[in-house]
Design a protein. Structure first.
Lengths: 314, 314
Protein backbone atom coordinates (compact mmCIF):
# COMPACT_ATOMS: atom_id res chain seq x y z
CA UNK A 1 0.00 0.00 0.00
CA UNK A 2 2.81 2.37 -0.77
CA UNK A 3 0.63 4.21 -3.27
CA UNK A 4 -2.08 5.41 -0.91
CA UNK A 5 -2.77 9.10 -1.50
CA UNK A 6 -5.83 9.65 0.64
CA UNK A 7 -6.91 8.07 3.91
CA UNK A 8 -10.56 8.49 4.86
CA UNK A 9 -11.89 7.60 8.31
CA UNK A 10 -15.55 6.72 8.28
CA UNK A 11 -18.51 5.23 10.05
CA UNK A 12 -21.63 4.09 8.21
CA UNK A 13 -24.13 5.65 5.86
CA UNK A 14 -23.27 9.38 6.00
CA UNK A 15 -19.52 8.95 5.98
CA UNK A 16 -19.67 6.33 3.24
CA UNK A 17 -21.41 8.81 0.92
CA UNK A 18 -18.29 10.95 0.98
CA UNK A 19 -16.10 7.85 0.69
CA UNK A 20 -17.93 7.01 -2.53
CA UNK A 21 -17.30 10.55 -3.80
CA UNK A 22 -13.63 10.16 -2.96
CA UNK A 23 -13.50 6.80 -4.72
CA UNK A 24 -14.70 8.54 -7.88
CA UNK A 25 -11.85 11.07 -7.91
CA UNK A 26 -8.92 9.19 -6.39
CA UNK A 27 -7.15 6.68 -8.61
CA UNK A 28 -7.79 2.98 -8.07
CA UNK A 29 -6.08 1.50 -5.01
CA UNK A 30 -4.93 4.98 -3.92
CA UNK A 31 -7.78 5.56 -1.47
CA UNK A 32 -7.84 3.77 1.88
CA UNK A 33 -10.97 3.83 4.03
CA UNK A 34 -10.39 3.04 7.67
CA UNK A 35 -13.74 1.97 9.02
CA UNK A 36 -15.25 1.96 12.50
CA UNK A 37 -15.75 -1.52 13.93
CA UNK A 38 -17.03 -0.38 17.33
CA UNK A 39 -20.53 -1.23 16.09
CA UNK A 40 -19.56 -4.82 15.31
CA UNK A 41 -21.45 -7.38 17.27
CA UNK A 42 -22.35 -11.01 17.49
CA UNK A 43 -25.94 -11.73 16.57
CA UNK A 44 -27.51 -15.14 16.06
CA UNK A 45 -23.98 -16.54 16.35
CA UNK A 46 -22.80 -14.42 13.42
CA UNK A 47 -20.13 -11.75 13.33
CA UNK A 48 -21.76 -8.62 11.95
CA UNK A 49 -19.83 -5.49 10.95
CA UNK A 50 -22.45 -2.88 10.10
CA UNK A 51 -20.15 -0.01 9.11
CA UNK A 52 -17.72 -2.16 7.15
CA UNK A 53 -20.63 -3.67 5.26
CA UNK A 54 -22.19 -0.30 4.54
CA UNK A 55 -18.81 0.81 3.21
CA UNK A 56 -18.45 -2.37 1.14
CA UNK A 57 -21.93 -2.19 -0.34
CA UNK A 58 -21.72 1.56 -0.96
CA UNK A 59 -18.34 1.41 -2.65
CA UNK A 60 -19.38 -1.67 -4.67
CA UNK A 61 -22.61 -0.02 -5.78
CA UNK A 62 -24.57 -2.79 -4.09
CA UNK A 63 -26.20 -0.69 -1.38
CA UNK A 64 -29.92 -0.25 -1.05
CA UNK A 65 -30.42 3.39 -2.06
CA UNK A 66 -33.84 3.64 -0.41
CA UNK A 67 -33.36 2.35 3.13
CA UNK A 68 -29.69 3.35 3.21
CA UNK A 69 -28.39 0.16 4.81
CA UNK A 70 -28.18 -3.35 3.41
CA UNK A 71 -28.09 -4.58 -0.17
CA UNK A 72 -30.19 -3.62 -3.15
CA UNK A 73 -32.37 -6.32 -4.75
CA UNK A 74 -32.49 -8.05 -1.38
CA UNK A 75 -34.93 -10.81 -0.37
CA UNK A 76 -36.25 -11.39 3.15
CA UNK A 77 -37.18 -15.05 3.37
CA UNK A 78 -34.72 -15.71 6.18
CA UNK A 79 -36.29 -13.04 8.38
CA UNK A 80 -39.75 -14.42 7.71
CA UNK A 81 -38.63 -17.83 8.98
CA UNK A 82 -36.98 -16.28 12.04
CA UNK A 83 -40.36 -14.73 12.81
CA UNK A 84 -42.06 -18.10 12.39
CA UNK A 85 -39.53 -19.60 14.82
CA UNK A 86 -39.91 -16.88 17.43
CA UNK A 87 -36.25 -15.92 16.96
CA UNK A 88 -34.94 -12.39 17.50
CA UNK A 89 -35.90 -10.20 14.54
CA UNK A 90 -35.07 -6.70 15.72
CA UNK A 91 -31.93 -6.65 13.60
CA UNK A 92 -33.00 -7.07 9.98
CA UNK A 93 -30.77 -9.36 7.94
CA UNK A 94 -31.49 -9.74 4.26
CA UNK A 95 -30.87 -13.09 2.60
CA UNK A 96 -27.98 -11.78 0.51
CA UNK A 97 -26.49 -9.78 3.37
CA UNK A 98 -26.56 -12.98 5.38
CA UNK A 99 -24.25 -14.63 2.85
CA UNK A 100 -21.53 -12.19 3.83
CA UNK A 101 -22.16 -12.63 7.57
CA UNK A 102 -22.14 -16.43 7.46
CA UNK A 103 -19.08 -16.69 5.24
CA UNK A 104 -17.14 -14.04 7.18
CA UNK A 105 -18.00 -15.71 10.49
CA UNK A 106 -16.77 -19.01 9.07
CA UNK A 107 -13.49 -17.51 7.89
CA UNK A 108 -12.89 -15.65 11.15
CA UNK A 109 -13.50 -18.89 13.05
CA UNK A 110 -10.98 -20.57 10.75
CA UNK A 111 -8.39 -18.05 11.90
CA UNK A 112 -8.42 -15.36 9.21
CA UNK A 113 -8.34 -11.74 10.29
CA UNK A 114 -11.22 -9.36 9.66
CA UNK A 115 -8.80 -7.29 7.57
CA UNK A 116 -7.91 -10.26 5.36
CA UNK A 117 -11.52 -11.31 4.87
CA UNK A 118 -12.68 -7.80 3.98
CA UNK A 119 -9.80 -7.24 1.60
CA UNK A 120 -10.66 -10.43 -0.24
CA UNK A 121 -14.35 -9.57 -0.33
CA UNK A 122 -13.87 -6.00 -1.60
CA UNK A 123 -11.63 -7.31 -4.36
CA UNK A 124 -14.21 -9.92 -5.33
CA UNK A 125 -16.76 -7.11 -5.60
CA UNK A 126 -14.36 -5.00 -7.67
CA UNK A 127 -14.04 -2.22 -5.08
CA UNK A 128 -10.91 -0.19 -5.93
CA UNK A 129 -10.73 1.34 -2.45
CA UNK A 130 -8.76 -0.33 0.32
CA UNK A 131 -11.28 -1.20 2.99
CA UNK A 132 -9.53 -1.38 6.34
CA UNK A 133 -11.15 -2.27 9.67
CA UNK A 134 -9.80 0.11 12.32
CA UNK A 135 -8.43 -2.95 14.15
CA UNK A 136 -8.68 -6.73 14.05
CA UNK A 137 -9.17 -6.70 17.81
CA UNK A 138 -12.58 -6.44 19.45
CA UNK A 139 -13.71 -2.94 20.32
CA UNK A 140 -17.27 -2.46 21.48
CA UNK A 141 -18.98 0.90 21.57
CA UNK A 142 -21.11 1.01 24.70
CA UNK A 143 -23.70 3.74 25.11
CA UNK A 144 -24.36 4.65 28.72
CA UNK A 145 -27.97 5.76 28.91
CA UNK A 146 -30.95 6.25 31.19
CA UNK A 147 -31.80 2.67 30.30
CA UNK A 148 -28.37 1.42 31.37
CA UNK A 149 -25.17 0.65 29.52
CA UNK A 150 -26.23 -0.61 26.12
CA UNK A 151 -24.32 -2.32 23.35
CA UNK A 152 -24.36 -0.13 20.30
CA UNK A 153 -26.83 -2.07 18.16
CA UNK A 154 -29.10 -2.55 21.14
CA UNK A 155 -29.14 1.22 21.62
CA UNK A 156 -29.19 2.19 17.97
CA UNK A 157 -31.38 -0.41 16.28
CA UNK A 158 -33.42 -2.21 18.90
CA UNK A 159 -34.16 0.92 20.95
CA UNK A 160 -34.01 3.31 18.00
CA UNK A 161 -31.56 5.60 19.81
CA UNK A 162 -34.38 6.61 22.13
CA UNK A 163 -32.68 6.31 25.58
CA UNK A 164 -30.99 9.45 26.80
CA UNK A 165 -27.20 9.25 26.45
CA UNK A 166 -24.88 10.13 29.32
CA UNK A 167 -21.62 8.95 27.90
CA UNK A 168 -20.19 6.77 25.16
CA UNK A 169 -17.29 4.45 25.83
CA UNK A 170 -15.25 2.13 23.63
CA UNK A 171 -14.58 -1.11 25.46
CA UNK A 172 -11.42 -2.84 24.35
CA UNK A 173 -10.08 0.16 22.46
CA UNK A 174 -7.15 0.73 24.83
CA UNK A 175 -5.78 -2.71 24.08
CA UNK A 176 -6.62 -2.68 20.37
CA UNK A 177 -3.81 -2.35 17.89
CA UNK A 178 -3.94 -1.11 14.34
CA UNK A 179 -3.21 -3.44 11.46
CA UNK A 180 -0.30 -3.81 9.07
CA UNK A 181 -2.58 -2.41 6.36
CA UNK A 182 -3.27 0.74 8.33
CA UNK A 183 0.37 1.21 9.24
CA UNK A 184 1.34 0.79 5.62
CA UNK A 185 -1.28 3.30 4.44
CA UNK A 186 0.04 5.92 6.88
CA UNK A 187 3.59 5.18 5.75
CA UNK A 188 2.75 5.74 2.09
CA UNK A 189 5.10 8.34 0.55
CA UNK A 190 2.22 9.32 -1.75
CA UNK A 191 -0.08 10.26 1.13
CA UNK A 192 -1.40 13.81 0.75
CA UNK A 193 -4.46 14.14 2.98
CA UNK A 194 -6.52 12.49 5.68
CA UNK A 195 -10.28 13.00 5.73
CA UNK A 196 -12.67 12.54 8.64
CA UNK A 197 -15.93 11.73 6.88
CA UNK A 198 -19.21 13.30 8.11
CA UNK A 199 -20.11 10.50 10.51
CA UNK A 200 -21.39 10.87 14.05
CA UNK A 201 -18.35 12.07 16.04
CA UNK A 202 -19.26 10.21 19.22
CA UNK A 203 -20.68 7.01 17.82
CA UNK A 204 -18.65 6.50 14.66
CA UNK A 205 -15.46 8.57 14.62
CA UNK A 206 -14.43 8.52 18.26
CA UNK A 207 -14.20 4.71 18.31
CA UNK A 208 -11.60 5.03 15.56
CA UNK A 209 -9.74 7.71 17.51
CA UNK A 210 -9.89 5.55 20.63
CA UNK A 211 -7.53 2.99 19.11
CA UNK A 212 -4.20 4.23 20.49
CA UNK A 213 -2.09 3.32 17.47
CA UNK A 214 -4.50 4.99 15.09
CA UNK A 215 -4.67 8.15 17.16
CA UNK A 216 -0.86 8.21 17.38
CA UNK A 217 -0.52 7.89 13.62
CA UNK A 218 -3.01 10.70 13.09
CA UNK A 219 -1.10 12.89 15.53
CA UNK A 220 2.27 12.23 13.96
CA UNK A 221 1.07 12.69 10.38
CA UNK A 222 2.80 15.12 8.08
CA UNK A 223 -0.17 15.70 5.79
CA UNK A 224 -3.28 17.81 6.49
CA UNK A 225 -6.28 16.31 8.23
CA UNK A 226 -9.64 17.75 7.35
CA UNK A 227 -13.08 16.86 8.62
CA UNK A 228 -16.42 17.36 6.94
CA UNK A 229 -18.89 18.74 9.45
CA UNK A 230 -21.67 16.18 10.05
CA UNK A 231 -24.16 18.89 11.06
CA UNK A 232 -25.93 21.28 8.71
CA UNK A 233 -27.62 24.23 10.39
CA UNK A 234 -27.56 22.26 13.63
CA UNK A 235 -29.21 19.19 12.16
CA UNK A 236 -27.87 15.79 11.18
CA UNK A 237 -28.90 14.52 7.75
CA UNK A 238 -29.86 11.23 9.35
CA UNK A 239 -29.44 9.53 12.70
CA UNK A 240 -29.25 10.68 16.30
CA UNK A 241 -26.27 13.06 16.17
CA UNK A 242 -28.29 16.17 17.02
CA UNK A 243 -30.18 14.39 19.80
CA UNK A 244 -26.98 13.08 21.38
CA UNK A 245 -25.27 16.46 21.17
CA UNK A 246 -28.22 17.92 23.07
CA UNK A 247 -28.15 15.16 25.65
CA UNK A 248 -24.45 15.69 26.26
CA UNK A 249 -24.83 19.45 26.37
CA UNK A 250 -22.76 20.03 23.24
CA UNK A 251 -23.78 22.91 20.99
CA UNK A 252 -24.87 21.77 17.55
CA UNK A 253 -22.45 24.02 15.72
CA UNK A 254 -19.43 23.67 13.44
CA UNK A 255 -17.36 25.26 16.21
CA UNK A 256 -18.36 22.47 18.59
CA UNK A 257 -17.37 19.86 16.02
CA UNK A 258 -14.01 21.57 15.54
CA UNK A 259 -13.54 21.77 19.30
CA UNK A 260 -14.45 18.11 19.65
CA UNK A 261 -11.65 17.03 17.32
CA UNK A 262 -9.36 19.72 18.72
CA UNK A 263 -5.74 19.70 17.76
CA UNK A 264 -6.23 16.72 15.50
CA UNK A 265 -7.89 18.95 12.97
CA UNK A 266 -6.20 21.16 10.37
CA UNK A 267 -9.40 22.20 8.69
CA UNK A 268 -13.17 21.82 8.69
CA UNK A 269 -15.52 21.74 5.70
CA UNK A 270 -18.79 23.43 6.65
CA UNK A 271 -22.04 23.76 4.80
CA UNK A 272 -23.09 26.94 3.01
CA UNK A 273 -25.91 27.27 5.53
CA UNK A 274 -23.29 27.52 8.28
CA UNK A 275 -21.14 30.03 6.42
CA UNK A 276 -21.36 32.52 9.29
CA UNK A 277 -19.38 30.05 11.42
CA UNK A 278 -16.44 30.12 9.00
CA UNK A 279 -14.28 32.39 11.14
CA UNK A 280 -15.37 31.05 14.51
CA UNK A 281 -14.20 27.43 14.45
CA UNK A 282 -10.67 27.86 15.72
CA UNK A 283 -9.26 26.17 12.62
CA UNK A 284 -9.21 26.71 8.89
CA UNK A 285 -12.59 26.23 7.25
CA UNK A 286 -14.03 26.09 3.79
CA UNK A 287 -17.64 26.39 2.77
CA UNK A 288 -19.19 23.75 0.51
CA UNK A 289 -22.45 22.02 -0.30
CA UNK A 290 -22.27 19.19 2.26
CA UNK A 291 -25.74 17.71 1.77
CA UNK A 292 -25.10 14.69 -0.46
CA UNK A 293 -28.27 13.72 -2.27
CA UNK A 294 -26.95 12.75 -5.68
CA UNK A 295 -23.78 11.02 -6.76
CA UNK A 296 -22.69 14.35 -8.20
CA UNK A 297 -23.11 15.94 -4.74
CA UNK A 298 -20.79 13.25 -3.34
CA UNK A 299 -18.17 13.81 -6.00
CA UNK A 300 -18.34 17.60 -5.69
CA UNK A 301 -17.93 17.46 -1.92
CA UNK A 302 -15.01 15.06 -2.30
CA UNK A 303 -13.40 17.52 -4.74
CA UNK A 304 -13.98 20.46 -2.41
CA UNK A 305 -12.59 18.53 0.54
CA UNK A 306 -9.39 17.44 -1.18
CA UNK A 307 -8.90 20.85 -2.77
CA UNK A 308 -9.28 22.41 0.68
CA UNK A 309 -6.77 19.96 2.15
CA UNK A 310 -4.30 20.72 -0.61
CA UNK A 311 -4.34 24.37 0.45
CA UNK A 312 -3.53 23.55 4.06
CA UNK A 313 -0.08 23.16 5.48
CA UNK A 314 0.97 20.70 8.08
CA UNK B 1 -45.70 -38.76 26.09
CA UNK B 2 -47.72 -41.44 27.78
CA UNK B 3 -50.20 -41.42 24.90
CA UNK B 4 -47.86 -42.51 22.12
CA UNK B 5 -49.47 -45.29 20.09
CA UNK B 6 -47.07 -45.61 17.21
CA UNK B 7 -43.32 -45.13 17.02
CA UNK B 8 -41.84 -44.70 13.56
CA UNK B 9 -38.10 -44.79 12.91
CA UNK B 10 -37.11 -42.89 9.83
CA UNK B 11 -34.39 -41.31 7.76
CA UNK B 12 -35.08 -38.64 5.15
CA UNK B 13 -37.27 -38.35 2.08
CA UNK B 14 -38.52 -41.93 1.53
CA UNK B 15 -39.15 -42.72 5.15
CA UNK B 16 -40.83 -39.38 5.76
CA UNK B 17 -43.40 -40.12 3.07
CA UNK B 18 -44.67 -42.99 5.19
CA UNK B 19 -44.39 -40.86 8.34
CA UNK B 20 -46.73 -38.35 6.70
CA UNK B 21 -49.15 -41.15 5.90
CA UNK B 22 -49.00 -42.29 9.52
CA UNK B 23 -49.57 -38.73 10.73
CA UNK B 24 -52.81 -38.70 8.76
CA UNK B 25 -54.21 -41.77 10.48
CA UNK B 26 -52.80 -41.60 14.00
CA UNK B 27 -54.39 -39.16 16.39
CA UNK B 28 -52.58 -35.93 17.19
CA UNK B 29 -49.60 -36.31 19.55
CA UNK B 30 -49.96 -40.12 19.41
CA UNK B 31 -47.31 -40.64 16.74
CA UNK B 32 -43.62 -40.32 17.58
CA UNK B 33 -41.02 -40.19 14.82
CA UNK B 34 -37.51 -41.04 15.91
CA UNK B 35 -35.26 -39.57 13.29
CA UNK B 36 -31.73 -40.37 12.15
CA UNK B 37 -29.18 -37.71 13.07
CA UNK B 38 -26.16 -39.58 11.72
CA UNK B 39 -26.29 -37.27 8.69
CA UNK B 40 -26.07 -34.16 10.83
CA UNK B 41 -23.05 -32.05 10.17
CA UNK B 42 -21.52 -28.67 10.69
CA UNK B 43 -21.40 -26.55 7.57
CA UNK B 44 -20.46 -22.88 7.34
CA UNK B 45 -20.46 -22.91 11.14
CA UNK B 46 -24.10 -24.03 11.23
CA UNK B 47 -25.58 -27.18 12.73
CA UNK B 48 -27.52 -28.88 9.96
CA UNK B 49 -29.83 -31.86 10.53
CA UNK B 50 -30.94 -32.99 7.07
CA UNK B 51 -33.24 -35.86 8.07
CA UNK B 52 -34.85 -34.02 10.97
CA UNK B 53 -35.53 -31.08 8.68
CA UNK B 54 -36.97 -33.26 5.95
CA UNK B 55 -39.23 -34.78 8.60
CA UNK B 56 -40.21 -31.36 9.91
CA UNK B 57 -40.91 -29.87 6.51
CA UNK B 58 -42.74 -32.97 5.30
CA UNK B 59 -44.95 -33.26 8.37
CA UNK B 60 -45.61 -29.51 8.37
CA UNK B 61 -46.52 -29.52 4.68
CA UNK B 62 -43.67 -27.11 4.01
CA UNK B 63 -41.50 -29.43 1.94
CA UNK B 64 -40.59 -28.79 -1.65
CA UNK B 65 -42.58 -31.45 -3.51
CA UNK B 66 -40.44 -31.20 -6.65
CA UNK B 67 -36.86 -31.55 -5.49
CA UNK B 68 -37.82 -33.62 -2.45
CA UNK B 69 -35.60 -31.80 0.05
CA UNK B 70 -35.82 -28.29 1.42
CA UNK B 71 -38.75 -25.91 1.68
CA UNK B 72 -41.38 -24.98 -0.83
CA UNK B 73 -41.54 -21.33 -2.01
CA UNK B 74 -37.88 -21.04 -1.23
CA UNK B 75 -35.56 -18.21 -2.37
CA UNK B 76 -31.85 -18.61 -3.11
CA UNK B 77 -30.30 -15.18 -2.62
CA UNK B 78 -27.98 -16.43 0.13
CA UNK B 79 -26.46 -19.08 -2.14
CA UNK B 80 -25.95 -16.53 -4.90
CA UNK B 81 -23.92 -14.37 -2.52
CA UNK B 82 -21.90 -17.37 -1.32
CA UNK B 83 -21.00 -17.94 -4.96
CA UNK B 84 -19.97 -14.29 -5.32
CA UNK B 85 -17.76 -14.68 -2.26
CA UNK B 86 -16.14 -17.92 -3.40
CA UNK B 87 -17.62 -19.74 -0.41
CA UNK B 88 -18.51 -23.47 -0.45
CA UNK B 89 -21.75 -23.98 -2.38
CA UNK B 90 -21.93 -27.74 -2.80
CA UNK B 91 -24.57 -28.00 -0.07
CA UNK B 92 -27.57 -25.95 -1.18
CA UNK B 93 -29.19 -23.90 1.57
CA UNK B 94 -32.33 -21.97 0.76
CA UNK B 95 -32.92 -18.62 2.45
CA UNK B 96 -35.85 -19.92 4.49
CA UNK B 97 -34.14 -23.20 5.36
CA UNK B 98 -31.23 -21.12 6.62
CA UNK B 99 -33.52 -19.47 9.17
CA UNK B 100 -33.93 -22.82 10.87
CA UNK B 101 -30.21 -23.63 10.73
CA UNK B 102 -29.11 -20.27 12.13
CA UNK B 103 -31.70 -20.20 14.91
CA UNK B 104 -31.13 -23.84 15.88
CA UNK B 105 -27.37 -23.34 15.94
CA UNK B 106 -27.86 -20.32 18.17
CA UNK B 107 -30.09 -22.23 20.57
CA UNK B 108 -27.79 -25.25 20.70
CA UNK B 109 -24.87 -22.93 21.45
CA UNK B 110 -26.97 -21.41 24.24
CA UNK B 111 -27.24 -24.86 25.80
CA UNK B 112 -30.59 -26.18 24.59
CA UNK B 113 -30.76 -29.79 23.43
CA UNK B 114 -31.52 -30.71 19.83
CA UNK B 115 -34.60 -32.50 21.16
CA UNK B 116 -35.86 -29.37 22.90
CA UNK B 117 -35.28 -27.13 19.91
CA UNK B 118 -36.97 -29.50 17.47
CA UNK B 119 -39.94 -30.01 19.78
CA UNK B 120 -40.44 -26.27 20.00
CA UNK B 121 -40.07 -25.83 16.26
CA UNK B 122 -42.49 -28.62 15.31
CA UNK B 123 -45.07 -27.15 17.67
CA UNK B 124 -44.62 -23.71 16.14
CA UNK B 125 -45.25 -25.25 12.73
CA UNK B 126 -48.31 -27.07 14.02
CA UNK B 127 -46.89 -30.56 13.51
CA UNK B 128 -48.95 -33.00 15.62
CA UNK B 129 -46.26 -35.68 15.48
CA UNK B 130 -43.55 -35.88 18.13
CA UNK B 131 -40.30 -35.32 16.29
CA UNK B 132 -37.49 -36.96 18.23
CA UNK B 133 -33.82 -36.92 17.29
CA UNK B 134 -32.40 -40.40 17.89
CA UNK B 135 -29.97 -38.85 20.39
CA UNK B 136 -28.81 -35.44 21.55
CA UNK B 137 -25.24 -36.70 21.35
CA UNK B 138 -23.14 -36.47 18.22
CA UNK B 139 -23.23 -39.50 15.96
CA UNK B 140 -21.59 -39.23 12.56
CA UNK B 141 -22.25 -41.69 9.76
CA UNK B 142 -18.96 -42.29 7.98
CA UNK B 143 -18.94 -44.00 4.62
CA UNK B 144 -15.76 -45.95 3.93
CA UNK B 145 -15.22 -45.86 0.19
CA UNK B 146 -12.66 -46.22 -2.57
CA UNK B 147 -12.17 -42.49 -2.15
CA UNK B 148 -11.45 -42.88 1.58
CA UNK B 149 -13.56 -42.51 4.70
CA UNK B 150 -16.09 -39.78 3.92
CA UNK B 151 -18.48 -37.85 6.10
CA UNK B 152 -22.01 -38.62 5.04
CA UNK B 153 -22.86 -35.34 3.29
CA UNK B 154 -19.49 -35.33 1.60
CA UNK B 155 -20.26 -38.78 0.21
CA UNK B 156 -23.94 -38.24 -0.44
CA UNK B 157 -24.22 -34.66 -1.66
CA UNK B 158 -20.80 -33.42 -2.70
CA UNK B 159 -19.78 -36.70 -4.36
CA UNK B 160 -23.31 -37.75 -5.33
CA UNK B 161 -22.88 -41.19 -3.77
CA UNK B 162 -20.47 -42.06 -6.57
CA UNK B 163 -17.54 -43.62 -4.62
CA UNK B 164 -17.77 -47.37 -4.10
CA UNK B 165 -18.79 -48.23 -0.55
CA UNK B 166 -16.89 -50.82 1.50
CA UNK B 167 -18.46 -50.26 4.86
CA UNK B 168 -20.57 -47.77 6.78
CA UNK B 169 -19.78 -46.91 10.35
CA UNK B 170 -21.47 -44.70 12.93
CA UNK B 171 -18.88 -42.76 14.88
CA UNK B 172 -19.98 -41.82 18.35
CA UNK B 173 -22.99 -44.16 18.37
CA UNK B 174 -21.54 -46.46 21.06
CA UNK B 175 -21.39 -43.60 23.52
CA UNK B 176 -24.68 -41.99 22.45
CA UNK B 177 -27.64 -42.23 24.76
CA UNK B 178 -31.30 -41.95 23.93
CA UNK B 179 -33.37 -39.07 25.23
CA UNK B 180 -36.04 -38.77 27.87
CA UNK B 181 -38.53 -38.24 25.03
CA UNK B 182 -37.60 -41.53 23.40
CA UNK B 183 -37.64 -43.41 26.69
CA UNK B 184 -41.04 -41.99 27.47
CA UNK B 185 -42.42 -42.93 24.04
CA UNK B 186 -41.27 -46.53 24.48
CA UNK B 187 -42.79 -46.59 27.96
CA UNK B 188 -46.18 -45.43 26.71
CA UNK B 189 -48.92 -47.86 27.81
CA UNK B 190 -50.76 -46.95 24.62
CA UNK B 191 -47.96 -48.14 22.35
CA UNK B 192 -49.17 -50.68 19.83
CA UNK B 193 -46.63 -50.84 17.02
CA UNK B 194 -43.19 -49.78 15.91
CA UNK B 195 -42.55 -49.04 12.24
CA UNK B 196 -39.23 -48.99 10.40
CA UNK B 197 -39.94 -46.61 7.55
CA UNK B 198 -38.65 -47.42 4.04
CA UNK B 199 -35.35 -45.59 4.39
CA UNK B 200 -31.93 -46.85 3.32
CA UNK B 201 -31.09 -49.60 5.86
CA UNK B 202 -27.36 -48.85 5.93
CA UNK B 203 -27.34 -45.08 5.67
CA UNK B 204 -30.51 -44.10 7.50
CA UNK B 205 -31.86 -46.88 9.72
CA UNK B 206 -28.67 -48.53 10.96
CA UNK B 207 -27.44 -45.27 12.56
CA UNK B 208 -30.62 -45.37 14.65
CA UNK B 209 -30.06 -49.01 15.56
CA UNK B 210 -26.44 -48.25 16.43
CA UNK B 211 -27.50 -46.17 19.44
CA UNK B 212 -27.28 -48.83 22.18
CA UNK B 213 -30.20 -47.56 24.24
CA UNK B 214 -32.46 -47.35 21.22
CA UNK B 215 -31.53 -50.83 20.07
CA UNK B 216 -32.13 -52.18 23.59
CA UNK B 217 -35.57 -50.60 23.74
CA UNK B 218 -36.46 -52.06 20.38
CA UNK B 219 -35.30 -55.49 21.54
CA UNK B 220 -37.21 -55.38 24.79
CA UNK B 221 -40.42 -54.07 23.24
CA UNK B 222 -43.70 -55.87 23.79
CA UNK B 223 -45.39 -54.57 20.63
CA UNK B 224 -44.80 -55.72 17.05
CA UNK B 225 -42.10 -54.13 14.94
CA UNK B 226 -42.73 -54.02 11.22
CA UNK B 227 -40.58 -52.64 8.45
CA UNK B 228 -41.63 -51.41 5.05
CA UNK B 229 -39.24 -52.78 2.44
CA UNK B 230 -37.31 -49.89 0.84
CA UNK B 231 -36.75 -51.86 -2.40
CA UNK B 232 -39.33 -52.53 -5.08
CA UNK B 233 -38.40 -55.22 -7.61
CA UNK B 234 -34.79 -54.72 -6.58
CA UNK B 235 -34.80 -50.97 -7.11
CA UNK B 236 -34.89 -48.04 -4.70
CA UNK B 237 -37.43 -45.33 -5.43
CA UNK B 238 -34.69 -42.76 -5.02
CA UNK B 239 -31.13 -42.65 -3.78
CA UNK B 240 -28.22 -45.06 -3.75
CA UNK B 241 -29.70 -48.03 -1.84
CA UNK B 242 -29.51 -50.43 -4.81
CA UNK B 243 -25.99 -49.32 -5.69
CA UNK B 244 -24.76 -49.75 -2.12
CA UNK B 245 -26.37 -53.18 -1.79
CA UNK B 246 -24.49 -54.27 -4.91
CA UNK B 247 -21.23 -52.80 -3.65
CA UNK B 248 -21.59 -54.65 -0.37
CA UNK B 249 -22.61 -57.90 -2.08
CA UNK B 250 -26.11 -57.86 -0.59
CA UNK B 251 -28.93 -59.22 -2.76
CA UNK B 252 -31.51 -56.58 -3.60
CA UNK B 253 -34.44 -58.62 -2.31
CA UNK B 254 -37.03 -58.41 0.45
CA UNK B 255 -35.39 -61.48 1.99
CA UNK B 256 -32.09 -59.62 2.24
CA UNK B 257 -33.83 -56.68 3.92
CA UNK B 258 -35.49 -59.06 6.39
CA UNK B 259 -32.18 -60.80 7.03
CA UNK B 260 -30.49 -57.43 7.54
CA UNK B 261 -32.86 -56.48 10.35
CA UNK B 262 -32.90 -60.10 11.60
CA UNK B 263 -34.50 -60.83 14.93
CA UNK B 264 -35.53 -57.23 15.38
CA UNK B 265 -38.26 -57.70 12.84
CA UNK B 266 -41.72 -59.20 13.39
CA UNK B 267 -42.98 -58.48 9.90
CA UNK B 268 -42.08 -56.97 6.56
CA UNK B 269 -44.35 -55.05 4.20
CA UNK B 270 -43.36 -55.83 0.62
CA UNK B 271 -44.54 -54.44 -2.67
CA UNK B 272 -47.01 -56.22 -4.92
CA UNK B 273 -44.21 -56.57 -7.48
CA UNK B 274 -42.28 -58.64 -4.93
CA UNK B 275 -45.25 -60.81 -3.97
CA UNK B 276 -43.36 -63.98 -4.88
CA UNK B 277 -41.00 -63.26 -1.97
CA UNK B 278 -43.85 -63.33 0.54
CA UNK B 279 -43.02 -66.78 1.89
CA UNK B 280 -39.25 -66.50 1.63
CA UNK B 281 -38.37 -63.69 4.01
CA UNK B 282 -38.06 -65.68 7.23
CA UNK B 283 -40.66 -63.46 8.91
CA UNK B 284 -44.29 -62.55 8.48
CA UNK B 285 -44.98 -60.47 5.39
CA UNK B 286 -47.81 -58.58 3.85
CA UNK B 287 -48.15 -57.34 0.31
CA UNK B 288 -49.07 -53.72 -0.34
CA UNK B 289 -48.61 -50.91 -2.78
CA UNK B 290 -45.37 -49.43 -1.40
CA UNK B 291 -44.62 -46.87 -4.11
CA UNK B 292 -45.84 -43.61 -2.58
CA UNK B 293 -46.55 -41.07 -5.31
CA UNK B 294 -49.67 -39.37 -3.99
CA UNK B 295 -50.75 -38.44 -0.50
CA UNK B 296 -53.37 -41.16 -0.82
CA UNK B 297 -50.60 -43.70 -1.51
CA UNK B 298 -48.89 -42.61 1.71
CA UNK B 299 -52.07 -42.92 3.74
CA UNK B 300 -52.98 -46.28 2.22
CA UNK B 301 -49.54 -47.69 2.94
CA UNK B 302 -49.71 -46.38 6.50
CA UNK B 303 -53.06 -48.11 6.93
CA UNK B 304 -51.76 -51.38 5.48
CA UNK B 305 -48.67 -51.22 7.71
CA UNK B 306 -50.56 -50.63 10.94
CA UNK B 307 -53.23 -53.15 10.02
CA UNK B 308 -50.47 -55.70 9.37
CA UNK B 309 -48.83 -54.91 12.70
CA UNK B 310 -52.14 -55.30 14.51
CA UNK B 311 -52.32 -58.87 13.25
CA UNK B 312 -48.87 -59.74 14.54
CA UNK B 313 -48.11 -61.02 18.01
CA UNK B 314 -45.14 -60.15 20.04
Amino acid sequence: MTDIEIIALTGGIGGCKLALGLQHIVRAERLACIVNTGDDFRHLGLHISPDLDTALYTLAGLNDPVQGWGRRDETWTFMRVLEELGAPTWFRLGDGDLGLHVERTRRLAAGESLTAVMDDVRQRYGVPTRLLPMTDAQVRTIVETDAGALEFQDYFVRRRAEPRVHRVRYDGADAATTTAGIDSAFASPSLRAIVLCPSNPLLSVDPLLAVPGLRARLRSRDVPLVAVCPLIAGQAVKGPTAKIFDELGLPRTPAAIAAHYGELLDGLVIDARDADWADRCGCATTVAQTLMQSLDDRVQLAHATLEFASRLRR
